[in-house]
Design a protein around this ligand. Sequence first.
Ligand SMILES: NC(=O)C1=CN([C@@H]2O[C@H](COP(=O)(O)OP(=O)(O)OC[C@H]3O[C@@H](n4cnc5c(N)ncnc54)[C@H](OP(=O)(O)O)[C@@H]3O)[C@@H](O)[C@H]2O)C=CC1
Ligand SMILES: Nc1nc2c(ncn2[C@@H]2O[C@H](COP(=O)(O)O)[C@@H](O)[C@H]2O)c(=O)[nH]1
Length: 322
Amino acid sequence: MRVFDYEDVQLVPNKCIIDSRSEADTTTKLGNYTFKIPVVPANMATVINEELSIWLAKHGYFYVMHRFEPETRLPFIQKMHAQKLIASISVGVKAEEFDFISQLADQKLTPEFITIDIAHGHANSVIAMIQHIKKLLPTAFVIAGNVGTPEAVRELENAGADATKVGIGPGKACITKLKTGFGTGGWQLAAIRWCAKAASKPIIADGGIRTNGDIAKSVRFGATMVMIGSLMAGHQESPGNLITIDGKNYKQYYGSASETQKGQHKNVEGRQMLVPYRGHIKDTLEEIHQDLQSSISYAGGRSLDAIRKVDYVILHGVNDFN
Ligand SMILES: NC(=O)C1=CN([C@@H]2O[C@H](COP(=O)(O)OP(=O)(O)OC[C@H]3O[C@@H](n4cnc5c(N)ncnc54)[C@H](OP(=O)(O)O)[C@@H]3O)[C@@H](O)[C@H]2O)C=CC1
Ligand SMILES: Nc1nc2c(ncn2[C@@H]2O[C@H](COP(=O)(O)O)[C@@H](O)[C@H]2O)c(=O)[nH]1
C-alpha cells in the first residue's frame, strides 16, 4: 500500500464546467439528512457545547455533541426535539452507557444520530454497543469509531454501524503515537483511502485537518464527512477558555483523553494546548463552503462527487495518476 498524508498529495485540476463558483453544490448526505458542507466539529469538550449544537442544527450543519457531561444527554435530546432539530449525541461503551441506551428506549426517545466514541473502536465492546443500539433504537443512525483498518470498518459495518469514523492518532492534541507507537498519525489520508475501499457505508475522516484544502482531499479519498477539532476550537462560540498572551488571543483546546478532560493521570493519550482565536464560527464555515465550491470547480464538476474522481499526484514520493 502506498502511504501518504495530506501534505504529500495534490489534486489535479479538470476543465471547469460552471460559470461561477456559486453554482457548485457542497452538500453531503448522511442517513436521511442533507448537510450544507461535509464538515462536522469534533465531539470534544472544547469544540462543541449545547448552544453551538443548536446553532449548527438550525443552520443546516451536522454536529455531534460530546459525551463528557453524561447526565445532560437525555434532556439535550428532548430540548432538540422540542425545537424540531436533529439530536446527535455521543456514547462510550462502559456498562452505564448500555443502561443509558436502555433508558432512552424506555422513554421512547430516539436521537437521530448516535456516535460511539472510543479510542480503539475495533473492539468487542463497540460491536456489542452497536447491536444494543440497533436492537433498542433501530432508527438511530449509528456512527462507530475510531478505527484505522479495512478489517475494522467491515466488522463494525457488519455489526450494524451505519457509518464508521477513521482516525487513530492524527489529531492535533493527540499523543497516542508517542505513548503507544500505534495509529494513523502521519498517514491518515492513506488510511482513509484504505478504509474507504473496504467500506460499503459512509466513512467519516477524523483528525489531522490543517487547512481547508485537506477537506477536499479527504473527500477525494473516500470521506462522506470530515471531523475537525483544532481548526474549530478557536472561535468565539467554542467552549474553551479565551486566553490572552502578549496581546494575542487564543482559545484552550484539549484532547478528550488528556489529563484535563479525565481529571486524573490515567491512560492519558491527549494534551492541552492553545489555538489562535479565529472570530465567529459562521465565518469559518462560510469560508470552508466557498473553498469547497472552488475545489468542485477545479474538479470540473458541480458537486462533491466530482472531487471523488479527480486524479492526484503524490509529492515527495512516486508520482502516479490513479
Ligand atoms: N481518535 C483518536 O485517535 C483517539 C481519541 N481519543 C478520545 O479520547 C476519549 C477517551 O477515549 P477512551 O479512553 O477510549 O474512552 P473511555 O475511557 O471511555 O474507554 C472506553 C472503554 O474502552 C476501554 N479501552 C479504552 N482503550 C482501550 C484499549 N486501548 N484497549 C482495551 N480497552 C480499552 C476502557 O477501559 P480502560 O479505561 O479500563 O482501559 C473503557 O472501558 C474519547 O473521546 C476518544 O475519542 C483517545 C485516544 C485516541
Ligand atoms: N489521540 C487522541 N486523539 C484525540 C484526543 N481527543 C480527541 N482526539 C481526536 O482528535 C480529533 C481532532 O483532531 P484535529 O487534528 O482536528 O484537532 C478528534 O475528533 C478525535 O478523534 C485525545 O485526547 N487523544
